[in-house]
Design a protein around this ligand. Sequence first.
Ligand code: ATP
Ligand code: MG
Length: 426
Amino acid sequence: MVKNIQSIRGMNDYLPIDTQLWQKIESTLKQILTNYAFSEIRTPIVEKTSLFSRAMGEITDVVEKEMYTFNDRDGNSLTLRPENTASCVRACIEHGLFYNKQPQRFWYLGPMFRYERPQKGRYRQFHHLGAEVFGLNGPDIDAELIIMTARLWNKLGIAQHISLEINSIGSISTREKYRQVFVSFLKKYIDKLDDDCKRRLLTNPLRILDSKNPEIQKLLHYAPLLTDYIDDNSKKHFTQLCKLLDAVGIQYQINKHLVRGLDYYNSTVFEWITSSLGTQNTICAGGRYDNLVEQLGGKSISAIGFAIGMERIVLLVQKTNPDFFIKCSSVDVYLVAYGKFNKETILILAEKIRDKISNLKLMIHYGGGNFKKQLFKANKYQAKIALILGENEFQTGKIIIKDLRTGKQEKIFQQNIYIYLTNILN
Ligand code: ATP
Ligand code: MG
């Protein structure tokens, strides 16, 4: 027996039963992004490895442990993108989009790759829908991004299951000051640190703030707070952001322990959290990264963005708002034919109908069989209408239109098909 080849662990197939819901969610989200004047950007799935290590920081979970990195045939080190922000910045620099510092707003949607332990809501290939804004440094754009995400949740009907946490982590230079205080604190508890943290204490101690180890998280509750060390500008920026969110009625929690897992963040950081999905509870995360463009060789341009974990959103919609999506059949009209006339008759008729009614889902029956068998198939596809062409109808220029939902049928002239179909289907 030949052994089946299976998909790679943590990488999912999305079958038509899933993609209908995905498409509905995606189109809802894209519509809102368009309403906020964002445009789509698409970058390659593979980039040079150095792009990610330079952008995200060598000593981060993603770069250290989670990247799919390989050498191509010329020996270049390439990586399947684990996130899309670095690629966006790379593309904008490469194509001169930051030329006159004109603000830019982008969104993207696509697969990301991280070598993680697969579980519900955590996969090795997953999808981000993200947005990035370049060239605006005020708290107003931070607020608008957050307001936009709130609108997304409202439109998906999941808003009551998600809450917002925000924080400011200050400028990268003030983090240096905190670093020293934090290291002295950790040194006092060195025997409580796990191996990862011990190593990071020497390489990138601030990464310990993002540890997923519950014991470490407990210890961190006693640690000095980064927010107590941040610069005045960041403090002011954060206060203004809170004021704007208050003014538009967005509820939030200030979480002083919130830091993001990547090195490039500064100032505002935020996460949308749910308690309805078990441990994979962050469904959207973002923040400012005002130094990244320069760090990757561009001008000094401020930036803010977020990424939504699409798999987690889909799970949340399925669980908390099943009415969002009523499964619809993939066939409206099933074309049945039985007789001695030529095969092309049916193809031509189907093309004419498709020309006239553009959003119709029409399927021709293939594979022969009598009317009964063909109608059985039409019902199996849950088609709403069967168009039936027999020898007699063919000779007289007519066709039978049968509403499979009511069983009612009528013989009509073929030239009237369009009016009938439009009326019946509306
Ligand atoms: P986590 O703490 O859950 O690992 P993260 O901080 O690594 O998340 P980000 O890089 O900020 O995640 O990505 C933004 C969002 O993408 C996350 O909030 C989450 O919803 C989603 N996400 C991240 N990694 C995965 C994954 N492996 N599978 C599915 N979704 C993911
Ligand atoms: Mg992660």
